[in-house]
Structures are given as structure tokens and as C-alpha cells.
Ligand binder design. Structure first.
Ligand SMILES: [Mg+2]
Length: 248
């Protein structure tokens, strides 16, 4: 598991001693090359709530957030859907577009299938990034509601070729956590977030986090692809990720 944190401007930073050019000579990376990989393109599993968006019930809006119901506010990425309101994380459409060029994308939420479908339609209105139902995994797909998320529920990938982005490490099985990048939680509304004032109340928003995270993913993908080109049968993305998490 690697943790990426951001400064106040949303800039994500690597461990200070990490240098991509050093990877091939790193003993950890040499060990990674002894592992097998069955796929040449990485998969990226994306959590929904507090990772790509923030949803709350309309009845949970504070008086200062109530203006969002009207629809004349400046946010073009706020959606009122039946009894809930959803705010997409800034840059998320561009993030998905760029990420889809490097990864096979999946949504994986502990929410139900109906909610997952609604959110997928907001994130991917042209059905480009999650083109089949198997790319959108909800609680009905991974068993009992409340059970841990597991990469075993993600069709078409194995542990050596998949990354996870999620704000909650505890949501995942132990064996899935080596594939996990824990992201900063995106909070727009105030309800239960412990905020003195929410972005919605202040009419502000997070700035730059997903853009910086995308750059991190580009580096991880480049390292993985470079090593795969050198050794087509022996790269495990968990070992690439460990180079970041272990502050090598
Ligand atoms: Mg979450």
C-alpha cells in the first residue's frame, strides 16, 4: 500500500529520494522482475465516493449549501439525482480520459448497482471508459453487503497487473492492499465530514489533486512498461508500487 498526500494546492509528491532512473538498479526492482505477468496493460480500479466524487442526500445539505439545489450555481459538475446530490471531483473527466489511454478502467464501489450505474453515467456519459457492465462493480457483484472489496471480483485482471485508487484502505482485503494507492479524501459537502466550513458553503473547491495524481500514474505506468519491454514475462506492479511506498 502506498499513500500519496497533497499540499494545500493539491500537489502530490513522491518520496523525496525516489528517482525513476534508479529503478532498474534497485534490488527490489530486480526481485520484481522474477514475478510473472499475464497481461501487458495495467488495470486501474477506481473507488467512487470520496475518490472520484462526493455524494450526499439532499436532506443533509446545510442552509448555506441549499443554493446547490437550484441549478444556477457556477458548478457545472454538480448533479441532483432523485434524493441525492453529487459533486464530481475537479478534473475527473480529464483524469479518466488520460488514464484510459494507459489503463483498463474499472469502477468498484460498495454502493449498490443502481447507484454505481448512475455515477458511471455522470463520469462517462459517452460510455468510453467503462464500456461494459463488467467494468462497474457494485456490492451485488462482490457478495454480501458490507464485505471487504477484493480484487478477486475484478474480471480480467490479476494481482500482478492492477492498481487501486481508494480513499479507504480498510475497505480492501489484506491481499488486495499491496495494489492500493490511498488517495486524499475528496469532501465537498459538510455532512459528517467534520468540517468547520465545506467547499460548498465557501463556494470553493479542491485544486490540482487529480491532475497531480495523474502524473504519478504516468510515472508508474512508464516504469512498468519500460521494464515489461525489457522482460516481457517478469514484472509485477506491486513491486513497482513498493518502490514508491517504501521511500526507496
Ligand atoms: Mg471511498
Amino acid at each position: 500500500m502506498a499513500t500519496l498526500s497533497a499540499d494545500l494546492n493539491g500537489n502530490v509528491s513522491f518520496p523525496s529520494s525516489f528517482q525513476v532512473s534508479n529503478c532498474s538498479s534497485n534490488p527490489n526492482f530486480a526481485r520484481a522482475l522474477s514475478f510473472n505477468s499475464n497481461s501487458r496493460k495495467l488495470h486501474l480500479v477506481l473507488d467512487l465516493d470520496h475518490t472520484l466524487l462526493h455524494t450526499t442526500k439532499l436532506c443533509n445539505l446545510t442552509a448555506e449549501e441549499d443554493y446547490l439545489k437550484i441549478g444556477t450555481h457556477p458548478h457545472r459538475d454538480v448533479f441532483v439525482l432523485e434524493t441525492v446530490i453529487t459533486k464530481l471531483r475537479p478534473f475527473v473527466w480529464r483524469f479518466l480520459d488520460e488514464a484510459s489511454k494507459m489503463f483498463e478502467l474499472y469502477i468498484y464501489t460498495k454502493g449498490n448497482r443502481y447507484y454505481a450505474g448512475l455515477m458511471a453515467a455522470l463520469l462517462d456519459p459517452r460510455n468510453e471508459y467503462f464500456p461494459s457492465s463488467s467494468r462497474v462493480i457494485s456490492c451485488e457483484d462482490h457478495g454480501i453487503v458490507g464485505r471487504y472489496k477484493s480484487l478477486d471480483a475484478v474480471v480480467g485482471c490479476n494481482y500482478s497487473n492492477v492498481l487501486i485508487l481508494d480513499d479507504t484502505e480498510e475497505a480492501w482485503t489484506e491481499e488486495s492492499r499491496d495494489n492500493l494507492i490511498v488517495v486524499d479524501k475528496y469532501c465537498f459537502f459538510r455532512h459528517k465530514m467534520g468540517l468547520a466550513k465545506s467547499h460548498a458553503e465557501l463556494k470553493t473547491d479542491e485544486c490540482g489533486y487529480l491532475a497531480a495524481l495523474l502524473e504519478v500514474l504516468k510515472v508508474i505506468n512508464r516504469v512498468f512498461c519500460d521494464e515489461l519491454a525489457r522482460n516481457p514475462s517478469g514484472v509485477d506492479v506491486r513491486d513497482v508500487l513498493q518502490l514508491f511506498g517504501n521511500n526507496c
